[in-house]
Each structure stands twice: as C-alpha cells, then as structure tokens.
Design a protein around this ligand. Sequence first.
Ligand SMILES: *[C@@H]1O[C@H](CO)[C@@H](O)[C@H](O)[C@H]1NC(C)=O
Ligand SMILES: *[C@@H]1O[C@H](CO)[C@@H](O)[C@H](O)[C@H]1NC(C)=O
Ligand SMILES: *[C@@H]1O[C@H](CO)[C@@H](O)[C@H](O)[C@H]1NC(C)=O
Ligand SMILES: *[C@@H]1O[C@H](CO)[C@@H](O)[C@H](O)[C@H]1NC(C)=O
Ligand SMILES: *[C@@H]1O[C@H](CO)[C@@H](O)[C@H](O)[C@H]1NC(C)=O
Ligand SMILES: *[C@@H]1O[C@H](CO)[C@@H](O)[C@H](O)[C@H]1NC(C)=O
Length: 939
Amino acid sequence: MASSKFLLLPLALLLVALSFVPNFTSASLEEANALQKWKASLQIPNNSQIVSSWTPLPTNTSVPTSCPSWFGISCNADGNINMLNLSRSELKGTLHQFPFSILGNLTHFELSVNSFFGPIPPEIGLLSKLVYLNFSTNQFSGVIPPTIGKLSQLTVLIFFKNDLTGSIPRELGNMNSLIDLELSHNQLNGSIPSSLGDLKSLNILYLHRNQLSGPIPNELGNMKSLTELDLGSNQLNGSIPSSLKNLISLQILNLCVNKLSGHIPQGIGSLQLFRLVLGKNKLSGKLPDDLCQGGKLQRFSVSENQLSGHIPRGLWNCSTLIRVRFDFNQFHGYISNTFGVYPSLKFFDVSHNKFHGQLSQNWGKCKNLTALKMAYNKISGSIPREFGNSIKVLDLSSNHLVGQIPKELGEMKGLLNLNLSDNNLSGVIPQELGSLHGLLTLDLSKNMINGSLQRYIVDWVRINHIYLSNNKLSGKIPSEIGKLSQLNVLDLSWNSLTKEIPSEIGSLKSLEMMNLSHNKLSGSIPNGFSNLPRGIHIDLSYNELRGPVPVYAAFLNVSGEALQGNDCLCGNVTGLKLCESQIIMKKKNHFHHKLILVTIVPLFAALLLGLFMCGLIAYRRRKRTSPQNPSGEEGGKFFSITSFDGQAMYDEIIKATNDFDDAYCIGMGGYGTVYKAELQPNNLVAVKKLHSSSENDDHIGFLNEVRALTNIRHKNIVKLYGYCFHARHSFLIYEYLEKGSLKSLLSSDITARELDWLKRVRIVRAVANGLAYMHHDCTPRIIHRDISGANILLDSDYGAHISDFGTAKLLKLDSSNWTAVVGTYGYIAPELAYTMLATEKCDVFSFGVVALEVIMGKHPGELISSLPTLSIDNLLLANVGDRRIPPPSSLVEKLAHSILNVSRACLKYNPHERPTMRQVTELLSVDDRLWMKRHVSVT
Ligand SMILES: *[C@@H]1O[C@H](CO)[C@@H](O)[C@H](O)[C@H]1NC(C)=O
Ligand SMILES: *[C@@H]1O[C@H](CO)[C@@H](O)[C@H](O)[C@H]1NC(C)=O
Ligand SMILES: *[C@@H]1O[C@H](CO)[C@@H](O)[C@H](O)[C@H]1NC(C)=O
Ligand SMILES: *[C@@H]1O[C@H](CO)[C@@H](O)[C@H](O)[C@H]1NC(C)=O
Ligand SMILES: *[C@@H]1O[C@H](CO)[C@@H](O)[C@H](O)[C@H]1NC(C)=O
Ligand SMILES: *[C@@H]1O[C@H](CO)[C@@H](O)[C@H](O)[C@H]1NC(C)=O
C-alpha cells in the first residue's frame, strides 16, 4: 500500500505542472466541446453569429489561445468559460443537453428573448458561482427548481415572461446575496413564501402577473433594502400587512388587481413612495391621513375599490402628483375644496364617485394636464372656461352640469375625446369647437342642446365617433358630413332634425353604425346610401321618410325595427307595406291580361277623354247643423257620387295636397298612399291616391260598388266620401281621423301611455262591432282582408274606426292569388297560405291578432302560434299585458281578460273553430252585462 502511494505522488505533481502550460486547458476544451453538443440540439437561424463563430476548436494543443472566440462567450483569467450570453439570438430549443456539470465556473448566464422551452433542469443548482441568471422572455415551463436556492452568490434572478408553473420555492429565501428577483409574467400559483422576507439585500421583487393566492406575508416587511415591490395582477387576498410601513427604502408599491380587502394601513403614506398603486381590489374604509407625507408621490391609484369618505387633506398640497386615479369608489365631498393645483399633473380620474359641488377654475392652472375624467358624479354648475391647453381627454359626462358649452373649449387644440353627455347642458354647439381638428370622439348626447349642426363639422377631419342623440337639435343634417372619412359611428337619434337626409352620408366609407331614428327627417332614402357597405348597422325608425326602401347593400338584412315608424315608407321588409311597383310586379306574374289593362287603359283614357275624366264623383258640403253631434246623420261633410262637378273636386284636392306633395303624406297602405287635404278651413279629409285604379273596365259596376260603400254609415268604420278617377290620379276620399293609426299609437311609449285599459277595451269592442256589421249586416257581405293595427284609426276621443273597408272588393282584388299580397305580414290567417280564398274567418283571425296587440301593447309575434295550446292560467293580463300602463281596476281587468279569451278563440288554426264576428261581439258584451249587473248590485 505504501509503495503505491510513492508511485502516485510524482505522477500527480507532473499533472499539476502540465496544467500550467499556457494553452487550451483541458477544462475549457471540454467546456467548449460540451457546448458544441448542446448547440447541435438547437434550432439556430442560418445567418446567426453562433453558426459562423461557434466553429469546432483545433484539436492540437499548441495554439496559444486561452478562450474560444465564440459569439456570446467569455472566460475568466484561468481560461474557463464564465459568461454565456445568447440574448436575442432567435434560438429555439431546450436545456436538456446543457452541460451544467461542466460549466461550473459560469458566473453570468443569460438566454433572454429567445424561444427556449421545456423545463429548467434542477442541475442549474450546480452552477455554484453564478452571480447573474436571466432567462426572461422565453417559453420555459414547469416549476422553478428548488435547487436554485443553492446559488448563494446569485444577485440577479430574472425569469419573467415564461410559462413557469407551480409555486415559488421557499428555498429562494436562502439566496442571501439576491438583490433583484423578477418572476413576473408567469403562471406561478400558491402563496408567496414567507421565507422571501429573509432576503435582506433584495432591492427589487417583481411577482406581478401570476396566479399567486393567499395573503401577503407579514415577513415581507423585513426586506429593509426593498425599493420596488410589485405583486400586481395576482389573486392575493387578505389585508395589506401594516408591516409594509417598515420598508423604509420603498419607492414603488404596486398591489393592483388582486382581491385585497380591509383598510389601507396607516404609515404607508409616510414612506418615500413615488408610486403607490392599489387599484382593482376590495379595499374599503377611508384613505390614510398620511398620504403623500413622504413628499414624493407621483403616481397614485386606488381605482375600483370600495373606498369611501373624504379625500385626505394632505393630498391638496401634493404638488408632485402626475397621475391620479380615484375612479369607481364611493368617495364624496365638495369637489372644488378637495383638490389643489398640481403643476405636473397629467392624468386625473375621479369618475364614478359621489363628489358634488362645482368645478373649480384651478384645473386651468394644471398646465400639463392631458386627461381629466369626472364622469358619474353629482357635479353641478357650469363648465369652466379653461382646463389647460394640453388636455386631450375631457370627460364630464353623467353629472348635473348646466349652462352652455364654453366656446373656449375650442382652444384646447389637442383634444381627442370630449364627453359631456348626460348633463343638462343647453344652448348651441359653439362654432369654435370646429377648430378641434384632432377630435376623435365627440359625445354630447343626453343634454338639451339645440340649434342645428353646422358645416364646421367638416373640420373634425379625424373624427371616429359622433354621439349627439337625445338633444334638441333641429334643422337639416349638413351635407358636409359626407367628408368625415374616418367616421365609424354617427348617432343623431332622438332630436328634431328635419328635411332630407343628405345623400353625401353615403360617402362615409368607414361608417359602421348610423342611428338617425326619432327625428323628423323627410324625403326618401337617398341614393347615396347605395355606397354604404353591407352589414352596417342602420336605424332610420320614427322619422317621416317615404317612398321605397332601396335594395342597396346596406339594406339587405335590415330589420323591420330599423325602419318602423315611417308611415310612408314601403318595401319588402317585415312590418312595411309593399310598394306599388312590387305589387304590380306580383300581379304581372299572375295576371298578364290585367297588366295590359293597368298600362293601356290610363293611356286610352288620357288620349280619348282628354286631360281628365273626373266627374264621376261629386262633392257636396252641407253646413254643419249641430256641431255637438258631428257623428249624426246631419253632421259634418260628405261626398256624394250622384252630385256633380268632379272637375272642381279634383282641382280642389290637387290644390290642397300641392299636387300630392310628399309633405302631405300621412301614410302608406296596401292600395295607395294617403294624403291629408284641407279642403276648406277645418274641413280635413284623407285622400288615398290609388296605386293602380283603372283596371276596372266595367265602370258602371264599379260605380255601383263605390256608391254602396259610400252609403255605409257605421260609427266604427271610416267613412268613404267618394272616388275620383282621372287619367293622372285616381283617389278615394275618406273621413280624416286625428289620432292616426293604432299601430303608431302603440309603438310610441308616450302615446301608448295615453291608452289606458278602459280605452283599450273600448277600441277592441269598436273594431269587433265594425267587423260584425260588415260581415253580417251588409248585402253583399264585405270581407276586409287586411285588418291590422295600421288599419284601425282613432279619432280625437280614441274612438276606433276601421279603415280601408271594402277597398279590396272595390278594386276587384278578389282574385284568389291576390290575398297573399293584400294582407299584412303577421296578421294573415294561416289557411290563406294554401286555400287562397279569403273568408270572413280570415278577418276573424286578423281581429284576434289586433285584439292581442292592443292588450300587449305590441304585436304578439310568436305567441300567436302557441296560443291555442297555452293554458288559460298563463294567458293572464299580469303576464302578457302592456307594462307601460298601470294595472287596471279589477272590473276593467275582467273585461280585458274576456278579450284575451276571445282572441284565443279567434286565433284557432282551423277557421271553422273560430267564432263569427257576431259571436265575438256577443261574447264581449255578455261579460259586460254580467259586469254591469254585479257592479250595479254591489253599489
Ligand atoms: C438554412 O440552411 C440549411 C442548410 O444549408 C438549409 O437547408 C435551410 O433551408 C436554410 N434555412 C433558411 C431559412 O435559409
Ligand atoms: C495545429 O495548429 C497549427 C496552427 O493553426 C496548424 O498550423 C497545424 O497544422 C495544426 N496541427 C494539426 C495536427 O492540426
Ligand atoms: C447580454 O447581451 C445583451 C446584448 O445582446 C446585453 O444587453 C446584456 O447586458 C448582456 N448581459 C450580460 C449579463 O452581460
Ligand atoms: C473552475 O475551473 C477550475 C480551473 O479550471 C477547475 O479546477 C474547477 O473545477 C472549476 N470549477 C467548477 C465548479 O467546475
Ligand atoms: C410638463 O411637461 C413637460 C413635458 O413633458 C415637462 O418638461 C415639464 O417639466 C412638465 N412641467 C411640470 C411642472 O412638471
Ligand atoms: C320579398 O322578399 C322575399 C325574401 O327576400 C322574397 O321571397 C319575395 O319574393 C319578395 N317579395 C316581393 C314582392 O318582392
């Protein structure tokens, strides 16, 4: 044994001597070869410096180089590789083949900004000399190996932006030298180990954007050197430990977007913080008094918590503030006494609190202010003239501001977003706002702004969104609006805009949403709309538009709601009447010979009979004998077809309607357009200009029909005064009813509220009476074929009158195929789809729909088909009744329920099971008599 020791010693000495030879040490050669192997496992771009510089080393040892001159590698004095920095090298691969055991002299190891994936091997703990380790911005996954805790010399550990999971190993608390620990932007879970409190040298601790849960350990208050603590965007709960006030070096504290509750501890405000961010938690109670006592606070946010009380006085003088957020809390107080002048302030948001009082002029002194948001408070008074000219975003919406928009706002040339909506502002939009050339969003909706939109809007060259709805704007929409090429949203709804929609709106290439509803816009839908893209959201409802809905791309999938409330609009859209042209087309398909009549007869009439042949109908006006009783036989005016002078009549109507000017249009029906004509002062009639009238070759027969219809006198049927035939225009002359159609009354919340339950019951009964009269008391019987809410007209006392009665018969529209066109979608009896034969029972069905509509306040829609199977108990007023009006007295409620039951019977699928109109009137009045009896006996 002893001799072998003697033999080994010289050998060892020889080896030591050899190692001092100044060339490639065996160690660095081994290191380099091992790295070559690892490199071979990676995907490296062809043009990478690694490809070009990491060449195989010469195998002879006579080269006097101490370190391979490879990209990203350097060696220590001994020739050992001590730095490996392959940051931003577009590398992809894993660390599976990385030679941890060989590169034991590595002090700096950086692979940041590459595409490394897979786990960080536990062998990383072998790199015992490591001082700096940065694997940030890769796709490393798996857990952080606890062996990292062995790297006692490590000062910087950066793993941010990877896909690391699992919890933070408590062994990290052993790394006494650590100064900078950044594990943010991973998927780490579990709680924060309290051992981190042992990291006495730590300056920076970034754990934000993980899924860490549990409380913030009290021990973190022991990290005396900490300057930056960011735990934001996790799921931390519990309260903010008051030990954090011991972090005397702390400058940045970010705990935002967690589930922290409780109070903000006193003492934190006294730290020398320049950033304190606690937003989006569940913090409650008042703010600590010592806020800004450290004197350095620049960024402060407590937004989206449940904090309340006043803003501490200390903040008044906090002149260092740059960015401040109090939004979405319950702070209150008089706003002008709460905030001082902050010369560096850029961003200030107190929206969604309960501040009251008037805005101070001080905001104008914050010269660097770019965003001021005070929406959803109770701020009153007028808008100050100045907010500093740097301002880009000004949001004072949903407050109680009054007065005019100051014209000085036009001096804030950098303004991008101005939101003053939902206040009580009045006056006009000052012309000076036209100089806001950079404006992107303007929201002045929900105020009382009047005046018209001026042409200066073209100066808003970059604007994306204009919201001016719910104001009192009048006048026309300026055609210049078409120049706003960046406009995405135009909302001018609920104003009093008039005249025609400028065709130029069609040139708004970026438009996605246009709401012009609830105005008084007239004329037809402009040609320019043909340029609007498909899929754009358009709402033109409740205007006075007329004429056909064009077949432009923008209207391909338009809903009935987007066009409703324009009584003179027609087209193949649910809820609208078909247009004249569409009806003629429909006819053409089925009646070739009639088409010839439609076109030839007027031509002949014009040629042979001269300019006109009116004179079939004459007009005689009787002096009103009893104004108290206008509905009596003697009252009012009427037309007789037996009297004379159709020429005078014709001329008078042409004059009264200004040759059927659109301005006199009050509606559009299946057979024609309706105009209002004042023949003599206070003597109004409705004139229905027929789409096509001259197909009646049998004039004598036709006249007899007209005569029969004009002889009908029933208080629930609109009176037909007469008819005038002319080569140019043919028209029917009807009684004029002030309140317009049931459909339009029910469609507006305001007018629907005027229709109380008793009025509604009376309307349904009146319609039933009128129909029963026509079905059972006239010879021959007359079928209406188009009973709908649009054909029930109301007089000034809300008395209901059925209009268009007999028109179908009159115009010989009784050919079977016609019926499908004549009815209104949603009211047509199902059998018409296959029998094509209109019977009284079709009218009964339509009546059932109208009766339900009156009770529900809207078209019953799907309910119609489910009704026969619906149990009586579900068909209660409480379930289906119009909620816009208060519930009826129990007596009226009973009457309303009988209507519901009757309409149920009327909507039976099998026409033979439906009652007749005579039975309907009896069913409705039986209840009435019962009610009367009981009512009388009770009282
Ligand atoms: C890189 O080089 C290899 C081998 O020369 C070649 O097959 C490959 O297409 C190259 N890749 C690119 C992106 O140029
Ligand atoms: C050793 O390196 C020298 C210098 O580069 C070279 O000239 C020589 O050929 C090499 N010897 C062998 C065996 O590769
Ligand atoms: C690694 O290289 C990048 C530049 O590619 C450099 O910014 C970074 O400081 C280096 N890291 C170390 C530890 O030297
Ligand atoms: C560092 O290099 C020296 C000299 O080559 C060597 O003896 C030592 O083993 C290396 N250290 C580690 C931890 O590999
Ligand atoms: C206002 O902003 C400018 C530009 O950012 C800056 O140079 C200046 O110091 C700021 N003024 C104050 C009082 O902070
Ligand atoms: C109305 O539109 C429907 C479906 O778009 C179509 O089938 C029908 O023929 C149209 N009717 C008329 C009269 O154009």
